[in-house]
Design a protein. Structure first.
Length: 307
């Protein structure tokens, strides 16, 4: 049984790894990509998503999403982390295809209606498009089987500020709306994604086994790993977005805490995700642990078998 999946993405180096992984995963039916600002601008994200889909041999719709956050002014893209064009050292790609005319939020609503109760939406960028879909269709939240969010943290603090994880920080109001929507939300935050790491030798193994796509990922990884070296985190890089894709299909590799999540939307801690907030909110599943070796090895083995 395969999981029907749409990825909402701001590619982005770890987004690229996630998209290649999903494209080749035998247990995933990737139905489309929707694009959002964050690591890059929405136009760059759309161009990169088209390029990644074509390079992975996919003929799937790519729908362009929101260009700016719901309320706050846009932050500058995280070019330091992902490179000037979002794919590390790679120059601006020139995909042959075009995005569909339908905006991302409309595409998400339509696909959730078409695949009622069966569609997983995996958001690996800011949640602006997901929030727009929820606002556009009151049934969207319930039509989705699950909305898996790479973002936030329960006890692991932040990465773009000491309080906030990047995807939430880029649009805290959207995240607050999604977490409070009553959808079946699964939050894959820094508590687990910081533990799922690829080393330079992981990327060289993948490139050796899968020279074409693995070689591309290895090239992108040099920039990503260099960023992690500059912040002195650890040798290698966090596989934030690919970990969220694994959680879409193999949730039993993770440990979850059932809790409501609110989001700080102003002040020094803006973008902070808060578990057990005062007040009445629907509970979601927030990842607090993972079988790290199982997730790492699954990513490694499947990326090594990329076509
Ligand atoms: O904090 C990590 C997240 O922010 C990942 O989705 C990464 O691609 C960036 O978007
Ligand atoms: Ca991302």
């Amino acid at each position: 049984m395969t999981t029907k999946l749409i990825i909402d993405t701001d590619p982005g180096i770890d987004d690229a790894i996630a998209i290649f992984y999903a494209a080749a995963a035998p247990d995933i039916d990737l139905l489309g990509l929707t694009t959002v600002f964050g690591n890059v601008t929405t136009d760059q994200a759309t161009r990169n998503a088209l390029y990644l889909a074509e390079t992975a041999g996919l003929t799937i719709p790519v729908a362009r999403g929101a260009h700016k956050p719901m309320v706050i002014p846009p932050h500058k893209p995280s070019l330091r982390v992902h490179g000037d064009e979002g794919l590390g050292p790679l120059p601006a790609p020139a995909p042959t295809g075009q995005a569909i005319d339908q905006p991302a939020a409309e595409f998400l609503v339509e696909m959730a209606q078409k695949h009622k109760g069966e569609l997983t939406v995996c958001a690996i960028g800011p949640l602006t498009n997901i929030a727009a879909a929820i606002q556009k269709d009151p049934y969207f939240a319930k039509n989705c089987a699950q909305i898996v969010v790479m973002g936030g943290s329960v006890d692991a603090g932040g990465n773009i500020t000491r309080h906030a994880e990047a995807n939430i920080y880029h649009d805290p109001h959207a995240a607050q709306l999604v977490f409070a929507s009553g959808a079946n939300v699964v939050m894959i935050g820094l508590d687990v994604t910081h533990k799922i790491r690829f080393s330079p030798s992981d990327f060289s193994n993948v490139a050796w086994e899968a020279p074409r796509l693995g070689g591309l990922l290895q090239e992108m990884s040099y920039h990503y790993i260099k960023f992690y070296e500059t912040v002195g985190k650890f040798d290698g890089c966090s596989m934030h977005d690919p970990t969220a894709i694994v959680a879409c299909v193999q949730p039993d590799a993770f440990a979850f805490r059932r809790t409501a999540i609110d989001v700080v939307t102003q002040g020094e801690a803006i973008g902070k995700t808060v578990a057990e907030p005062p007040g009445v909110y629907p509970a979601i599943n927030a990842a607090v642990g993972a079988d790290v070796d199982r997730v790492h090895d699954l990513l490694h083995d499947r990326l090594a078998r990329l076509p």
